[in-house]
Design a protein around this ligand. Structure first.
Ligand SMILES: [Fe+2]
Length: 189
């Protein structure tokens, strides 16, 4: 069960209308290493991991939904005052033709989200290594996005999200160690 708190995990401010950055940010909305993929990956894997690490997947999967909400807010704020001409000029003409300014689970190139972006192998160590890789890829994507904007407010929100990916990666690494320790412990007896 979830309880919805009606506030963002971290404030999202933008200094100006910027369709160009909105288009790039959509990568973290419906892209392969984005927040939707992360949330769905972890919340789905919870059922077949050992009890000791369910909480990690639960916590992080839930937090990724809060990050998805932050990305959605960024895209909304960056495009809400844009004209159809501006959207077209910066590569969102096809998006506007189909969705107006509604968000959609695409990557930055407009390719719709695919569940094939995520995996569930059923082997806890394999799944957790996948999760660590997912976090590192998300961290890298946030860095590339930070590199592409000069908006200090946007950089601030993106930096928060990048830092959270680092924390998530560390927590998944700890979960791997917990399972390895348990496995080695079992072999002794
Ligand atoms: Fe994450």
């Amino acid at each position: 069960m979830w309880f919805y708190e009606k506030k963002l995990q971290y404030p999202v401010r933008v200094s100006k209308c910027d369709v160009r950055m909105a288009k790039f940010l959509i990568e973290q909305y419906g892209g392969s290493d984005g927040e939707l993929a992360a949330a769905l990956r972890y919340l789905n894997q919870r059922y077949t991991v050992p009890d000791k690490v369910i909480g990690v997947l639960n916590d992080i999967g839930t937090e990724e939904l809060a990050h998805l909400e932050m990305i959605a807010t960024m895209v909304y704020k960056l495009t809400k005052d844009a004209t159809p001409e501006e959207l077209e000029k910066h590569g969102l003409g096809e998006h506007y033709a189909n969705h107006d300014k509604a968000l959609f689970y695409n990557n930055a190139a407009g390719v719709p989200f695919s569940v094939t972006y995520i995996a569930a192998k059923g082997d806890p160590i394999a799944d957790l290594y996948e999760d660590i890789a997912a976090e590192e890829k998300a961290r890298a994507t946030y860095q590339w996005l930070i590199n592409m904007t000069d908006d200090p407010d946007l950089k601030d929100s993106l930096s928060f999200l990048r830092e959270r990916e680092i924390v998530h990666s560390q927590r998944f690494r700890e979960a791997v160690e917990i399972l390895k320790e348990e496995r080695d412990h079992k072999k002794i007896f």
